[in-house]
Write a protein that binds this ligand. Structure first.
Ligand code: FE2
Ligand code: FE2
Length: 166
């Protein structure tokens, strides 16, 4: 099992909130962020499995795949910041997966939280980009942030397809 540095919450969303309090991300922070993004991939996959509408499923799977892409950009940032080659832990080795639910029921409340979570994700990446002196690394954060907004839009499309409203 990959371990979390001292002080990090063991639940992925709580850990993300904790990371939001950081100004510039350290190599250590980026390893945690990469594991949170992998958790995001699994979270969207579980959600996709729970819906029958094929279009909604495809939208959720696209988000899942991009969350994994975000984890890879974190790895790139780690190496640009001199942290060497860090490998993503397998699903079993990811400490956040211990708290992953086996099923996630799709409902209006959850979809609202997801939309908000993606908007917050974009904001967090923008803040980290603003605080990052290395332009190549800042650019990676901005790319991730932009995609979080696209995730929010896709979640909105899923909401419309499934006729979920708060
Ligand atoms: Fe992400
Ligand atoms: Fe996202």
């Amino acid at each position: 099992m990959a371990s979390l540095p001292d002080g990090y919450p063991t639940e992925a969303f709580a850990a993300f909130d904790f990371l939001k309090t950081r100004q510039r991300l350290s190599v250590e922070d980026l390893k945690v962020l990469a594991m949170i993004e992998c958790y995001g991939e699994v979270f969207y996959e579980i959600l996709a499995q729970g819906v029958e509408d094929e279009e909604a499923q495809a939208l959720l799977k696209r988000n899942a795949a991009e969350e994994r892409g975000h984890a890879h950009r974190c790895l790139k940032a780690i190496s640009l910041l001199g942290g060497g080659a860090y490998e993503l832990p397998s699903r079993e080795e990811n400490p956040f997966m211990a708290m992953a639910p086996a099923e996630i029921p799709m409902n209006a409340e959850l979809i609202g939280l997801l939309e908000q979570g993606e908007v917050d994700g974009d904001l967090a990446y923008q803040h980290w980009a603003d605080a990052e002196p290395l332009p190549e690394v800042a650019q990676l954060y901005r790319l991730n942030g932009r995609e979080e907004i696209r995730h929010c839009e896709r979640v909105g499309q899923v909401k419309a397809r499934l006729q979920l409203s708060a």
